[in-house]
Design a protein around this ligand. Structure first.
Ligand code: ARG
Length: 578
């Protein structure tokens, strides 16, 4: 739709005596779709023309010469409202969608630029908790959205696989042992050992000291420590991969904090060379008090490195080795200060590219407490957080049970149940602005009438089934001028605006822009379809009217393409039937 602003600006350029480049950014979307497609506010002309904006609007509406595809102009108070030609718009948009297919929505503002996205990034030795869905799916969606707009993107799953907790874990392993005969998965036993190690360290100072020594040995490359640690990582990765497979997510890199360990001394040395590092109570820090932030810790008294040291080394490495233009960190809001410190330190060190590193924060996932009925955040430490795989499995089970009733003969029912269950959880995660908290209620996210994944999937499948029964005539050149219904005109415009929505999502790092746009398209299509069911004249497939059928089938096919493209960007699967 954005591209049509140029045509409007051309009608205005001469009368206003301004180049189109200055007019295009002034064009707005009218609050009511019926008023027109674009509005030009006349306020800015009032001074120079010594006239009230209303008068200017009225006068211009009379005098303007319009050229296709601009069909009409009308004054509305201080605004000039422009309407595009329906026939031209329908033809151009539907033909573009048919021609571009999977590529409709793609653009090239990112061409020649590279983005690195740090996402998912769970801590090793624990299972993936439900809240990990957020970083994982927001990151995955951003990756696909940026790719669609021409960026080269590399995803890095920055595993939390280093630091004193791993010393404690080894100490716990040595003290409590490992039950090879236990009838639970390794990850479950490992998770339990992790919890036990933490509790023990709190209760027993000697144990905590032993844990710290183990971490020192680990950092020094001690083979026994390394061996244990490696095994913890392997057990965890095996488990993580199962969940990533279910979600359809993969990464170009899974390096983890440990990978950057050999680069840490150099990273600290870089900062020292720039005079940024000071000693504070035996620790090495970068003082950030001038920026109202606590110091950035680089080394503890005992010489151990920290999360911030590792992130510093990681970012320097990524820039040096991967040469990114933009680096995004999809990490919960609770870590805002950490990233503000990190970027500030690099900025102080004189790295201009630090300005292109961004924290992409997001809100919590809340679940209803069955006792109090209140929305709450689960905590892995207190053991009342759901596991991500448990949530996914429960959603799949419910989808399976429902489909067994609603569509008992469905082919590939097991696969579709997985697509619907997983799609429901993912869409629920992405449909609202990412900084908002996500409320999770299994019934609600699977409701095919709500603003849900299944609702989107149903709409797509509905398009597929309409087209599957369409006669051969849809292959003839459609007469787009037959698309005159209110819903048809509205749909064409929303389809035209879909690439703009993807571009905005890429610009603002906000997948919900795509999700909301798809919801609006689905709502329009469904009311169109429903109206056709009640009124035979409005039916999509009209055995008595081949031309109308062809035009409406072309529109339906375009809706299907856009829904599929958009849902793919979000990571929501699209079964053909459900
Ligand atoms: N592992 C960290 C956590 O679970 C998140 C890591 C995010 N990425 C980063 N480069 N700091 O809190």
């Amino acid at each position: 739709m954005e591209a049509y602003k140029e045509a409007i600006a051309e009608c205005l350029a001469e009368p206003l005596g301004q180049p189109t480049e200055t007019i295009v950014p002034m064009l707005r979307t009218p609050p009511e779709a019926a008023w027109g497609d674009f509005a030009f506010p006349c306020f800015t002309l009032a001074k120079a023309w010594r006239q009230a904006p209303q008068q200017i609007a009225a006068q211009l509406a009379q005098e303007l010469t319009l050229a296709a595809p601009v069909a009409a102009v009308a004054a509305h108070g201080p605004y000039l409202n422009f309407t595009l030609d329906d026939d031209i718009l329908s033809r151009e948009v539907l033909e573009a969608i048919a021609r571009q297919g999977e590529r409709y929505g793609c653009g090239d503002e990112g061409r020649g630029r590279k983005a690195v996205i740090d996402y998912s990034s769970p801590n090793v030795a624990k299972e993936l908790a439900f809240h990990h869905i957020r970083s994982t799916m927001i990151g995955h969606a951003l990756k696909q959205i940026l790719e669609a707009r021409g960026y080269r993107v590399e995803g890095d799953n920055h595993l939390g696989d280093w630091g004193t907790p791993f010393g404690l874990l080894i100490a716990a392993y040595e003290r409590f042992g490992w039950d090879d005969a236990a009838d639970v998965e390794d990850i479950v036993q490992l998770n339990a050992l992790y919890v036990r190690a933490r509790n023990e360290a709190k209760a027993d100072a000697d144990f905590a000291a032993t844990g710290r020594r183990w971490f020192q040995r680990l950092e020094a490359g001690d083979p026994q420590a390394r061996k244990r640690w490696r095994w913890f990582v392997d057990v965890s990765l095996t488990e993580f991969d199962k969940v990533y497979d279910l979600l359809g997510v993969s990464f170009e890199h899974t390096l983890g904090e440990s990978f950057f360990e050999p680069y840490m001394d150099d990273a600290i040395a870089e900062l020292q060379a720039r005079g940024l590092v000071t000693k504070s109570q035996g620790a090495l820090v970068v003082d950030l008090s001038a920026y109202d932030m606590p110091p950035c810790l680089l080394k503890k008294q005992d010489g151990a490195t920290l999360y911030s040291t590792r992130d510093l080394a990681t970012l320097l490495y990524r820039r040096r080795e991967w040469r990114f233009d933009t680096c995004l960190y999809v990490v919960d809001m609770g870590q805002s200060l950490h990233f503000a410190q990190l970027f500030k330190v690099l900025d102080l060190a004189g790295f201009e590219w630090a300005a292109n590193c961004h924290h992409i924060p997001f809100g919590l996932v809340l679940q209803r407490n069955p006792e109090s009925g209140k929305w709450e955040k689960g905590s892995t430490r207190q053991g009342n957080a759901s596991l991500l795989k448990t949530v996914l499995e429960a959603a799949i089970r419910m989808a399976r049970e429902r489909m067994a009733v609603s569509n008992p003969d469905l082919a590939d029912a097991e696969l579709v149940a997985r697509q619907v269950g997983v799609g429901a959880v993912i869409f629920n995660d992405l449909k609202n602005r990412r900084t908002r908290d996500v409320k999770f209620d299994q019934e609600a996210i699977l409701n095919p009438q709500g603003e849900t994944g299944p609702y989107m999937q149903y709409t797509q499948a509905r398009c597929a089934s309409v087209l599957a029964t369409a006669p051969e005539t849809i292959h003839v050149e459609p007469l787009y001028e037959l698309l005159q219904q209110r819903e048809e005109r509205a749909l064409v415009r929303k389809l035209a605006a879909y690439p703009d929505a993807v571009a905005e999502a890429a610009r603002t790092w906000e997948p919900s822009v795509v999700a909301q746009h798809l919801l609006a398209i689905a709502a329009d299509f469904n009311s169109y379809w429903t109206r056709g069911n009640k009124d035979p004249g409005l039916r999509i497939l009209r055995p008595d009217a081949a031309d109308l059928t062809a035009a409406r089938a072309a529109l339906t096919a375009a809706v299907q393409t856009v829904l599929c493209n958009g849902l793919k960007l979000l990571g929501v699967p699209t079964p053909d039937a459900m």
